[in-house]
Design a protein around this ligand. Sequence first.
Ligand SMILES: NC(=O)c1ccc[n+]([C@@H]2O[C@H](COP(=O)([O-])OP(=O)(O)OC[C@H]3O[C@@H](n4cnc5c(N)ncnc54)[C@H](OP(=O)(O)O)[C@@H]3O)[C@@H](O)[C@H]2O)c1
Length: 299
Amino acid sequence: MKKKVLITGTGLISKHISSKLEKEGIEFSFLSRTKTSDNHYVWDIENSFIEEDAFHGITDIIHLAGANIADKRWTKKVKKELISSRINSTKLLIKHIKSNNIKINTFITASAIGYYGTKTTENIYTEKDPKGDDFLSELCYKWEKEADNISDYSRVIKVRIAVVLSQKGGALTKMKRPIKAYIGTTIASGKQYIPWIHIDDLSDIFLYLIKNNKTKGVYNAVAPEHINNYQLTKEIARELKKPILLPNIPGFVFKLIFGEMSIILLKGSRVSCEKIIKEGYTFKYKSISSALKNLLKKP
Ligand SMILES: NC(=O)c1ccc[n+]([C@@H]2O[C@H](COP(=O)([O-])OP(=O)(O)OC[C@H]3O[C@@H](n4cnc5c(N)ncnc54)[C@H](OP(=O)(O)O)[C@@H]3O)[C@@H](O)[C@H]2O)c1
């Protein structure tokens, strides 16, 4: 059966996955809050609206929509939006699929490595580990659990995504800017791990999961090499041929600026990618140096 993928949201990862699908000749369309092109269908989560025909011919769904986690301080209002944009959107998708009796093969939802709790430990978390007990782990847990409500209907896959490194946008853009301006440096002790993944590998993993009918359940999407904040800062500076001149910035500065959200900069443990490797996926960018060489090369 010819595949047609519906991707929710039109952000960093959605766009990258769609360009991969295009290269492979797989049809796709987007479900977005705004219509900016012919293959964009509109939905309004608050008002439980999905444009007619959005699901026409759809065989697989990749659910990536959600308010950005690292954009704003986590006020009560922002937290509510972070939760509702993920949970209510999943609810709406599932309700729509079930009530219209739409047949789909795969429902893949994004989740995040924040599932395990944002803390610095010596653990290497696998898919079998329990959830943590902070805001992000609770959010990821609820998000994943909501997706399970379609498991009687479709194959369900949950991808716990690490920090995505890409050429434009996302975490790397934020990290390279100060380094280029000679004001970049290590955050706090620098010992907090930063599980990361090259956007090319992440998109390939989504395609791999869609194409391989045997895959299901939870997968960590994280590169094999473990690095901490100090090592990542040093590697970016080396690739950009810039010196690190400043001393470490103490953690309390980030707490003052970002409040509770600073946890994602100040804490982190290692996360394992063994499951996806064992099931046959081969990483293109295994080491941070190969990923940065590719992402920071001059156009
Ligand atoms: N990038 C990372 O490092 C990373 C790491 C772990 C997990 N993730 C997760 O993976 C997913 C995709 O990440 P991304 O980096 O591509 O995110 P992104 O660039 O921020 O894009 C998310 C998209 O979701 C839609 N959206 C934004 N706010 C929304 C709201 N309030 N209600 C409904 N839809 C909304 C938007 O698309 P429209 O404007 O078209 O509606 C937006 O472009 C997210 O859920 C994110 O939490 C990302």
